[in-house]
Each structure stands twice: as structure tokens, then as C-alpha cells.
Design a protein around this ligand. Structure first.
Ligand code: NAD
Length: 286
């Protein structure tokens, strides 16, 4: 068997189409253009690429985008003051602080992110939004896991009643993915670096989500024949060469569907961010 390849660009286009329709309806109903402010601190080249990509996608969908560039030596207080200003600015619907922060303020990341108005928190990282997700009333949900669920839906892959296994328990991917899959009535197991007999658990998965950050870690013997493999991992194993957490070449012969890296889940994240900007604008207008 050769798996169906779940091409990120196909599903990202569908997610962006939905977002563009949302932008249009807000413009018609309220006469405003949804807007996103992205704060980038320092000169991390990868972050600069991500921010440019977000800006470009906003423009493509008719979302107003503002990039706030702050120097490497920005203090925690200066960054918080900028967030406070954007929180009060009624013309801004979404605020995102590009991570990672420079080393000097990295330790304050939680305090900084928690300063963002929860209604403008388009990354979905604020404890208020995390609480809404956990209690079953999701509003602004982290973009990568939310994008994966959209992809499964667009691909016509059933979640209800399925056995799902997630490798990784981060706040950005693993934990929100647990709640999203559980809310869709999957039976979910979360594995992490202390899990014993990992392969035994992953072999039970109808849907296996790899989000650990270990190149090609998930090998064919860890996968149940016919399962759906969602590879969230992005690992740089040589300059300009990206690989996922899954040994794609071998696993694709066993799975029924699989996301490639690059060209898979990575493309869904920015598309889903656009939907969160639309959602944030609606939350503020209600
Ligand atoms: P993280 O480092 O915060 O978490 C990694 C998780 O993997 C931890 O919970 C850890 O317990 C688990 N883990 C590590 N080694 C393990 C092992 N040997 N066995 C079992 N579990 C193990 O990472 P993250 O932020 O969740 O990101 C995970 C991966 O996803 C990274 O490669 C990252 O680059 C990628 N990522 C991609 C996107 C995207 O847009 N596609 C978004 C976010 C993260």
C-alpha cells in the first residue's frame, strides 16, 4: 500500500478560502478590515522569514497587517508597553509576539504573552483561551493543532471513535491537540519523553500525531498498517534541508495517509492564523 499524501498546500488553500470569506463578511457587516499586529524582537533570520510570510498571507486575504520591529536589546518593560498600546488600539484585532524571544528576555516569555488581551490572542496561548479549550468552549485555539484538525476534516478522515496517539506534550502542539481530538470524540493517548514502550502505544493509533522535534524518529515498525500519520515535526538536519519526526519514505508504504515535511502541516499554521484573526475581530465586534 502507498499512502495518500496529504499535501499542505491543498488544505492551506481551503483554510485560507474560509478565512477570506470571513474577512469579506466582516467588511460587509461592520465596515471594518480585520487587522493583525506582529511584534518581532531582534534579528533571528528564521523569525524574519516567518513574519514576512504572515504579512504576505494577510495581504493576500485582505487582512491589514502591521509588523512592529523592536531591537535585540528590548527590555521586558518596553515589550510589555508595546503590547499594552496594541491592546488598547481599537484598529488592531490580533496581536502576536513572534517566538523565540532574545535570550535576555526569554525567561519572561510567559509574563509577556499573558499580557496580550485574550480577545486579541491569535496564537491562542493565553491561559484564558487555554481554559476555554479545556472546558469545551474553544475560541482562539493554537494554529498548528487547529490546522491539523481542519486538514483531517477537509480530507474526509473520520476522527470520531478513533484511537489517536500524540507524541509530544507541549503547550503549543501536544496539549491543545489532545483537547481538540478528544472534543471530536477520539480516544486519545499523549506520549512524551518519559513514556515507556513508546512503539507499543503508537502501534495502536488509527491517527498518529508526531510533535516531538526528533528527525525521522517514527519508523515503520512503530506504525499500525492503514493508519493516518500527521507529522508536525520540523527539523533542520542540514542547511536548508527540513525533515519531519517521521521516517516518511518507509512509513508511507504502511500508512493510509501521511503529511510530508516540508509541504505538509507547516503550511496549515499560517492559514489557520488568518482564521484566528477573523475570529478575533468577530469576538471584539460582538
Ligand atoms: P517541544 O520541544 O516543546 O516538545 C517536544 C515534546 O516531545 C515534549 O513534550 C517531549 O516530552 C516529547 N519528546 C521528546 N523526545 C521524545 C521521545 N524520545 N519520546 C517521546 N516523546 C518525546 O516541541 P514543540 O514546540 O511541541 O514542537 C515539536 C515539533 O513540532 C518541533 O519539530 C517543532 O519545530 C515542530 N512545530 C511545527 C509547527 C508547524 O507549524 N508545523 C509548529 C510548532 C512546532
Amino acid at each position: 500500500m502507498t499512502a495518500r499524501i496529504l499535501e499542505g498546500k491543498v488544505f492551506a488553500a481551503q483554510i485560507k478560502e474560509e478565512a477570506a470569506r470571513g474577512v469579506e463578511s466582516i467588511k460587509k457587516e461592520f465596515g471594518i478590515t480585520p487587522s493583525l499586529a506582529v511584534i518581532i524582537v531582534g534579528e533571528n533570520p528564521a523569525s524574519q522569514v516567518y513574519v514576512r510570510n504572515k504579512h504576505k498571507t494577510c495581504e493576500e486575504l485582505g487582512i491589514r497587517s502591521e509588523v512592529v520591529t523592536m531591537p535585540e536589546n528590548t527590555t521586558k518593560e518596553e515589550l510589555i508597553a508595546e503590547i499594552d498600546e496594541l491592546n488598547l488600539d481599537k484598529s488592531i484585532n490580533g496581536i502576536l509576539v513572534q517566538l523565540p524571544l532574545p535570550a535576555a528576555i526569554k525567561a519572561h516569555e510567559e509574563e509577556i504573552l499573558n499580557r496580550i488581551d485574550p480577545l486579541k490572542d491569535v496564537d491562542g496561548f493565553h491561559p484564558y483561551n487555554v481554559g476555554k479549550l479545556v472546558t469545551g468552549s474553544p475560541t482562539l485555539v493554537p494554529c498548528t493543532p487547529a490546522g491539523c484538525i481542519k486538514m483531517l476534516d477537509f480530507a474526509g478522515i473520520e476522527i470520531d471513535g478513533k484511537r489517536a496517539v500524540i507524541i509530544g506534550r507541549s503547550n503549543i502542539v501536544g496539549k491543545p491537540m489532545l483537547h481538540l481530538l478528544m472534543s471530536r470524540h477520539a480516544t486519545v493517548t499523549v506520549c512524551h519523553s518519559h513514556t515507556h514502550n513508546l512503539a507499543e502505544v503508537t502501534r495502536e493509533a488509527d491517527i498518529l500525531v508526531a510533535a516531538m522535534g526528533k528527525p525521522k524518529f517514527v519508523t515503520a515498525d512503530m506504525v499500525k498498517p492503514g493508519s493516518v500519520i500527521v507529522d508536525v515535526g520540523i527539523n533542520r538536519n542540514a542547511p536548508k534541508k527540513l525533515v519531519g519526526d517521521v521516517d516518511f519514505d518507509n512509513v508511507k508504504d504502511i500508512a493510509s495517509a501521511i503529511t510530508p515535511v516540508p509541504g505538509g502541516v507547516g503550511l496549515l499554521t499560517v492559514a489557520m492564523l488568518m482564521q484566528n484573526v477573523v475570529k478575533a475581530a468577530r469576538l471584539q465586534l460582538q
